[in-house]
Write a protein that binds this ligand. Structure first.
Ligand code: CTP
Ligand code: MG
Length: 231
């Protein structure tokens, strides 16, 4: 079975307002709830681990208790970095979790199709991540602000979540990162250090991460276009 871990313990600095952006509503529903509901629609997903700041645990537990249609869940406390938050969540893995998905709570427009494709590829290859072709040309730059070189766009993808792994791979990746004091910006970068080949799964441009206030407007407009359905 599949356990999904949702980091939602960040400080939402770029959103501003001093509240957890994952609790803000898009089209009348908190971002976190929208995300959890979509994962709950995927048959193979049977457990949800939600990670929030210590002072939010009670509020979020209450919110989830009042939400129908969720798979079994647990709420736990995060850390100062996304990676530490997820490491905390991994302590609560149920025994039947063969595949683990990590998904930013702040990506409420994820489709069940992408979730299923990531699970399939993680089973087959050991690790798989949702991504889209890079729309922008990306430059490698130096510390002085000069261009070093331009990698060909055809070789660049913008990665999203979910990122999915076979249980042993993700646990080993987190262990190695902790031992070696490596701090990565996504889960794949930790698994890559084990030498695991990570499969890229085609996602869509709708699966944005709600980061700044404009993203709220963009997400609401996507939802208007699709009548609230993202699958
Ligand atoms: N996250 C987390 N623990 C942290 C940092 C981030 O669980 N210590 C979560 C966020 O809550 C979010 C996801 O990881 O759901 C992606 O992070 P990001 O979009 O950067 O959210 P924040 O860190 O909250 O935002 P900001 O960087 O603007 O402060
Ligand atoms: Mg952040």
């Amino acid at each position: 079975m599949v356990t999904a871990i949702f980091p939602a313990a960040g400080s939402s600095k770029r959103m501003g307002g001093g509240v957890n952006k994952n609790l803000l509503e898009i089209a009348g529903e908190p971002i976190l709830i929208r995300t959890l509901k979509t994962f709950s629609q995927v048959e193979r997903v049977n457990f949800l681990i939600v990670i929030v700041a210590a002072h939010e645990v009670e509020t979020v537990e209450k919110l989830l208790r009042g939400t129908k249609g969720l798979k079994s869940w647990v709420v736990t406390i995060g850390g100062s970095e996304r990676q530490y938050s997820i490491a905390n969540g991994l302590k609560l893995l149920p025994d039947d979790a063969e595949i683990i998905l990590v998904h930013d709570a702040a990506r409420p427009l994820i489709s069940t199709r992408t979730i299923n494709d990531v699970i399939d590829a993680a089973e087959k290859f050991g690790g798989a991540i949702a991504a889209v072709p890079s729309k922008d040309t990306i430059k490698i730059v130096d510390a002085e602000g000069f261009v070093k070189h331009t990698p060909p766009r055809s070789e660049l993808v913008a990665v999203q979540t979910p990122q999915g792994f076979r249980r042993e791979i993700l646990l080993q990746a987190y262990e190695k990162a902790a031992t070696e004091n490596f701090l990565g910006t996504d889960d794949s970068s930790l698994a890559e250090r084990l030498g695991v080949k990570i499969k890229i799964v085609a996602s869509d441009y709708q699966n944005i991460k709600i980061t700044t206030p404009e993203d709220m407007t963009i997400a609401e407009s996507f939802l208007r276009d699709t009548n609230g359905k993202t699958t």
